[in-house]
Design a binder for this molecule. Structure first.
Ligand SMILES: [Fe+2]
Length: 185
């Protein structure tokens, strides 16, 4: 793939790199899982690159998002997919990135599909962990303990894969093994 495209902020780039590192931790910890690890990690590195097309006034907005703002933000998986296809031509990497906001309950975006690649389900867990533990303009990052409580609730509500969330808790982020928090790493 070509170098990082213009129009992305430091937060988005660093977030993608941290999420990719978390995905690699999954690979190192659970190599027996039948996942396409190379494509998962590649997708993680660029999964939010579509955000370069979001208007900066919306992307960096500190106030509450309007419906229009939200509709614009929800297009970023599609734009990430388009960018990946234009650069690498690997449709599987593009599809993993495209599905990183889909939910098992069919209420995710952009398509509300329940037919989610397992790689995309793992990517979503890593994405949510990093996003919640990061300091943002509008809130401080949550601790690992609080983040895992929030994520377990999301798994109960089928916003996250229950199976992969179970593995995340058991293998990747048990309470006795603190992971780096988003902003720190
Ligand atoms: Fe995203």
């Amino acid at each position: 793939m070509n170098p990082i495209p213009t129009g992305l902020g430091a937060y988005e780039i660093n977030h993608c790199m941290r999420v990719a590192r978390l995905c690699k931790l999954w690979m190192d910890s659970m190599p027996w899982l039948q996942l396409d690890w190379c494509r998962l990690i590649a997708a993680a590195q660029v999964h939010d690159f579509g955000k370069r097309r979001i208007i900066p006034a919306i992307l960096n907005k500190k106030d509450r998002l309007t419906e229009t703002d939200w509709a614009e933000i929800q297009r970023h998986p599609e734009w990430s997919k388009d960018w990946i296809n234009s650069q690498a031509g690997d449709s599987m990497i593009a599809l993993i990135a495209y599905q990183h906001h889909e939910s098992p309950n069919g209420k995710g975006y952009p398509t509300k599909t329940k037919d989610i690649l397992p790689e995309a389900a793992v990517l979503k867990i890593c994405d949510v962990y990093d996003a919640l533990t990061c300091d943002r303009e509008y809130r401080k990052g949550y601790s690992q303990e609080t983040t895992l409580i929030i994520m377990q609730e999301e798994a109960r509500n089928e916003k996250l894969s229950g199976v992969f969330m179970g593995l995340f808790l058991k293998v990747i982020a048990p309470p006795q093994l603190p992971l780096p928090l988003g902003t720190i790493s």
